[in-house]
Design a protein around this ligand. Structure first.
Ligand SMILES: [Zn+2]
Length: 292
């Protein structure tokens, strides 16, 4: 039998999945074995003293640091990234994230998305910030870090207590209605899923950076998806799917925070997605135009 990753890593038996019917899942991270926590971390060499000195010097000199973070920051919390060699989602599977147009166009795609998301939620929502998230929070407390922009949708920066934070691509812990724009908590939607699907069960495997898991299509067909309680509209995670664009006002807001900063640090991102890369380009252009 091929080795497969289950939705939940609570027990050493990999076939044991978290129960998505529990709308209020308990925190399971404390039960993770250490090797599981680093399952999605790509191999890397030990940091050499010189590189560390350069980083320390860079951070020490910055007075108002602007930080951009990506999926690589959360791998040590047990969430895979997209592009890391060998361990990223793209290397391990042929799965690709939901496309915005497909979600809007197809009720079947939404049913598949939410069924998978429902199964993955208890584990995905239980992940906790790691030492990198906590370090960035400490920098903020000390007045070193001016603003943090994350491309992650896992809520780990807010769980760490980060205040000056823009979640550039939204957050999976919030749900938006495409009809009336109401925002609600994802945890509340889990309770509605449970109420609508009391008997529904599926075997799932392989969690993705956005909480998606893999299940067979035939398992999805009987899953019932609720609509907005206010207007009956379509519910969507408050996340910018691939193929969609980040809200203009949010982009301008981040540019304004960037222009108030004096140094930019990128953590855990290959910046291959334009929505984050543009801020680095803006910083470089600004520096080139600066008289000093
Ligand atoms: Zn609505």
């Amino acid at each position: 039998m091929p080795r497969s990753r289950s939705v939940c890593y609570v027990k050493s038996d990999e076939t044991t999945a978290a129960d998505p019917h529990s709308a209020h899942s308990t925190c399971q991270v404390g039960l993770l074995s250490p090797c599981r926590c680093v399952e999605f971390c790509p191999p890397c060499s030990t940091t050499d003293a010189h590189s560390l000195e350069l980083l320390q010097d860079f951070v020490s000199r910055a007075r108002r640091l602007f930080v951009i973070t990506g999926a690589g920051l959360s791998t040590e919390s047990g969430i895979p990234d997209y592009r890391s060699e060998g361990v990223g989602l793209y290397a391990r599977t042929d799965r690709r994230p939901m496309q915005h147009a497909e979600f809007i166009r197809s009720a079947k795609s939404r049913q598949r998305y939410w069924a998978r998301n429902f199964l993955g939620w208890p584990q995905f929502s239980s992940h906790q910030p790691n030492s990198a998230h906590k370090t960035l929070r400490r920098w903020e407390e000390r007045g070193k870090l001016h603003w943090l922009v994350t491309q992650n949708v896992d809520a780990l920066h807010s769980k760490a207590g980060q205040k000056g934070l823009t979640e550039l691509h939204g957050c999976t812990h919030r749900v938006t209605c495409l009809g009336c724009g109401a925002i609600s908590a994802r945890e509340e939607l889990q309770a509605r899923f449970v109420a609508l699907n009391p008997e529904w069960r599926a075997q799932a495997g392989g969690v993705a950076p956005d909480g998606d898991v893999f299940i067979e299509d035939e398992q999805v067909q009987t899953f019932r998806v609720p609509s907005c309680e206010n207007c009956g509209g379509i519910l969507k995670p408050e996340v910018t799917f691939f193929g969609d664009t980040v809200n203009r006002e949010t982009v301008q807001f981040v540019h304004d925070r960037l222009s108030e900063s004096d140094a930019v640090l990128v953590v855990g991102s290959s910046l291959q997605v334009y929505s984050g890369y543009r801020f680095l380009m803006a910083a470089v252009i600004e520096k080139c135009q600066s008289p000093s």
